[in-house]
Ligand binder design. Sequence first.
Ligand SMILES: [Zn+2]
Length: 102
Amino acid sequence: MQDLLCPLCQLVNEDHDHIFFQCDYAAEIWRSILQWQEIRRNAMNWTEGVQWGMQYMKGKSSKALMYRMAMSNVVYHIWLERNARIFKQQQKPASYLIRLII
Ligand SMILES: [Zn+2]
């Protein structure tokens, strides 16, 4: 069914793991944002991403704060982009979101 497809790639069904982490669109954003923060980490799913953050990015160091801010910003902007595509038929490239988040 058309309306179950991921609005970002139109290739697979939409679920949280896919849309926020595994989708090529989201993965490109994560790669750039993590690289920008000099964090070496493989792509992961929702649960792993949150657990990784709680384990390695807790506390009040500036790196930890930046990571948590970036994480919520990536999720927030991917969600806005998803809604813009569904409800306004507007599309922005991943590179635009990356610049916006940084
Ligand atoms: Zn997708």
